[in-house]
Design a protein around this ligand. Structure first.
Ligand code: SF4
Ligand code: ZN
Length: 745
């Protein structure tokens, strides 16, 4: 901690306490000790003193005790060469100043009864622009907003901005974020309240811009307001100072902006506010107090430029801003999720095998990105004509103090349903096989690709505000840019996939469900284990675990796997019970590693679909991007129509690409003498998929004692019927031909 700040805070507190003691003594010379004092129309007395100590100041003589208490709180002066290692003395000094401020303001009410206007509105004509303490009527009406969420908290601004425009800009920015703005103190005689009036901004409780008073002591009205919220709505008893302050720290998102030179009295006020967990963010070069402690993050942050002070304040206080409106020209919501964009309605499309379409969510540093920035690099909808296709890269960068890299895939997987929420826009797939179809109706309404970014920004804030503070979206539509982002994305996917590489299903007792796709396939439930990643390829066991941490009531629930009913096929009692319930009775049991016996269901998002090839005594698999015919007689789209929707179809199973090279792939249908040998059944796959998985397929082949397994697997260059590929398999001595018959008969 900075010795300089401690010096200023402690010095300021001494000044204030001494000044108010002097004033009190003088007042007692002209008033009876029994003179009634206090703020107007309130049952909370002097609310800071009352809430923190339980002491009621009703008469002049009642001020004696809290003033003595303030004096006792003053820590020893900081000597020039001494270091102050703890926050404690600074907090005490600040608190002493706050007590003295409150008494000072009560004396103002006594000696200058007409100074403050007891109203919600200012009376500019008569020069009455200071409203002072809120009475209980105003407090009840406004305080409840701090509790019901309509106001997240307040920004207390002390001093004055360098000019009228700056004052207006800062205050309006807070207004848009639904915060109250409490104004106090002046800077060389200028105040923000007067600056706003000059700029034609309406001030008063109705616009949430409240001019408390022209002196720094008026800042105490903000703290008193906060403490009344804790008592009235938080049910905290007067005198329970710990809970009063904690309530504020945790529930009232407030902070102070110091505009202009910070003198010792301001420093004391800032130190006082730290007791509440309210940090101070200043535009001048005052010594900072950065280490985390009482406040959510830093305590005092200096030298923040005016155009950044709002964002910085919100960040430092850990305030979660809600973006309540998804500002796009089309209707938006879950109602449109299942809607299709058919051929006749289609205006343009991205991905779907015609062009590359990739999505990637990545974590960024807080200062690296700008919240709400959405940029389209390349052509957008207005540059297109009906029937056009475009490549697309959706690159979302997210930052937050609580954000972890592990959360990236979870947000990325939301892109699917969130884009589907846009009326007239359809999204299929994920990762680098996404597909976006835009209807003519959406384009007529004015939809552009930029709106995808607007949606993601708003919804990520709404749904994941707890873990993120900033969202920036870039949409690339030039081929080179999309290729670049795709290469980058693939490296990231690989890294994510391989995080579960070393884990074994036997090692964990908990698997995770995924019911994210129930909006499309109402009975479908994926169960994700370390060795069976989600069939969409986007969720592995780690991702589900992280998702559960973020959202414990969300689509990824832990499943106690329970008794193992079949280690070969991968069947567990706990999983069956869960699936039965989650599929609403649709599915009574399924296996993890078998295609023949009650295979796991698929919703339709699967990256690949495997099918039994009886003549070849094996299995083929086909990936979504491959559009040609396959040896089972159906191309991918027909297969997806047959297998998808959450039904169980023995002989067919949906799975992720990565799953092909996971050890337990098809284990239940593989050789009994090779526990991880299910892959030996694989006799056909598209060449592109083979190439994509080459490295991993070779590794698995080596593990299984057949290093050239990859070359024994047929692809479309060999043939697309069982008859065409069988001679090849024989010639290459494909191991499947040696295994026990797959299908009886
Ligand atoms: Fe979840 Fe399965 Fe849908 Fe992937 S396919 S999002 S794992 S339900
Ligand atoms: Zn799905």
């Amino acid at each position: 901690m900075s010795r300089l700040v401690a010096f200023a805070v402690i010095q300021g507190a001494y000044n204030i306490v001494s000044k108010v003691e002097g004033r009190y003594k003088k007042v007692l010379e002209s008033y009876e000790a029994s003179t009634k004092v206090g703020f107007p129309n309130t049952a909370y007395y002097l609310p800071v003193i009352y809430s923190l100590t339980g002491h009621k100041v009703e008469k002049l003589e009642d001020m004696k005790k809290p003033l003595e208490f303030a004096r006792q709180l003053l820590p020893p002066h900081v000597k020039g060469h001494h270091h102050v290692p703890y926050l404690g003395p600074l907090l005490d000094a600040g608190m002493a100043a706050v007590f003295a401020f409150e008494i000072d303001e009560a004396l103002n009410y006594l000696e200058k009864p007409d100074f403050y206007l007891p109203s919600e509105e200012v009376d500019e004509e008569n020069g009455k622009i200071w409203l002072g303490a809120a009475d209980d009527v105003i407090f009840r009406k406004r305080g409840v907003e701090f509790v019901d969420g309509s106001a997240p908290g307040f920004a207390a601004i002390v001093g004055a901005a360098p000019d009228v425009e700056t004052a207006k800009m800062i205050v309006e920015d807070y207004q848009q974020k639904n915060l109250y703005i409490f104004l106090a103190a002046n800077q060389n005689g200028t105040t923000v309240a007067e600056q706003l009036l000059e700029a034609g901004v309406q001030i008063g409780w109705n616009t949430r811009i409240v001019p408390f008073g022209p002196d720094i002591s008026a800042a105490v009205f903000a703290l008193g307001f906060a403490n009344r919220v804790a008592m009235a709505f938080g049910g905290v008893q007067p005198g329970d100072y710990k809970r009063i302050l904690l309530y504020n720290k945790n529930r009232v998102f407030a902070f102070i902006n110091a505009l202009g030179d910070v003198n010792a009295e301001w420093a004391a006020a800032a130190g006082g506010a730290v007791n509440w967990g309210f940090p101070t963010i200043a535009d001048t070069d005052i010594p900072e107090i950065l280490p985390y402690g009482v406040c959510t993050y830093e305590h005092i942050v200096a030298n923040v430029p005016h155009d950044q002070i709002v964002q910085k304040s919100i960040e430092v206080r850990g305030l979660k801003v809600t973006v309540s409106k998804v500002d796009i020209p089309c209707a938006f919501g879950p109602a449109y999720e299942g809607e299709r964009v058919r051929k006749g309605d289609l205006f343009c499309q991205m991905g779907g095998g015609k062009t590359q379409c990739t999505e990637l969510v990545q974590m960024a540093n807080m200062n690296e990105i700008e919240d709400g920035k959405v940029e389209v690099v390349g052509k957008d909808i207005p540059d297109l004509k009906e029937g056009d296709v475009l490549p697309l890269g959706i690159y979302v960068q997210v930052a937050g103090r609580e954000f972890q890299e592990d959360f990236e895939p979870i947000l990325e997987r939301q892109i699917h349903h969130l884009v589907n929420y846009i009326q007239g826009v359809m999204h299929i797939g994920q990762r680098d096989i996404s597909w976006v179809r835009v209807s003519k109706a959406a384009v007529e309404k004015g939809f552009t690709l930029k709106d995808i970014g607007v949606v993601l920004h708003a919804k990520f804030h709404q749904d994941f505000g707890k873990i993120l503070d900033k969202v920036q979206v870039t949409l690339y539509t030039n081929k080179e840019d999309v290729d670049k982002i795709t290469a980058k994305a693939r490296a990231v996917y690989k890294y994510r996939d391989e995080r579960v590489e070393k884990m074994r299903d036997e090692d964990v007792e908990i698997y995770y469900s995924c019911t994210l796709c129930q909006s499309f396939a109402p009975n479908h439930v994926c169960t994700v284990s370390p060795e069976r990643t989600g069939l969409c390829g986007a969720y592995n066991w780690m991702d589900c675990k992280a998702s559960y941490e973020i959202n414990p009531t969300g689509p990824n629930q832990p499943i106690e796997k329970g008794e193992c009913l079949d280690p070969w096929k991968g069947e567990w009692k706990g999983v069956n019970e869960f699936v039965y319930k989650a599929s609403k009775g649709g599915i009574t049991s399924y296996t993890f590693y078998s295609i023949l016996d009650r295979p796991m269901t698929t919703c339709g998002c699967c990256e690949c679909i495997a099918a039994v090839l009886p003549q070849c005594n094996g299995v083929m698999t086909v990936n979504r991007e491959y559009q040609g015919q396959t040896p089972c007689g159906m191309p991918f789209t027909t297969l997806a129509g047959t297998v998808g929707g959450g039904a169980q179809t023995p002989g067919f199973v949906g799975h992720s690409k990565f799953n092909i090279t996971q050890r337990k792939f098809l284990r239940g249908d593989g050789p009994k003498d090779k526990p991880d040998g299910g892959l030996l059944r694989l006799v056909w796959m598209p060449k592109m998929l083979k190439e994509e998985l080459r490295e991993r397929l070779i590794k698995r082949g080596e593990e299984l004692g057949i290093p050239d397994l990859i070359d024994r697997i047929a692809d479309e260059t060999v043939g697309v019927t069982e008859e065409e590929i069988l001679p090849f398999l024989k010639e290459k001595k494909h191991p499947a031909l040696e295994l026990e018959p797959m299908v009886a008969g």
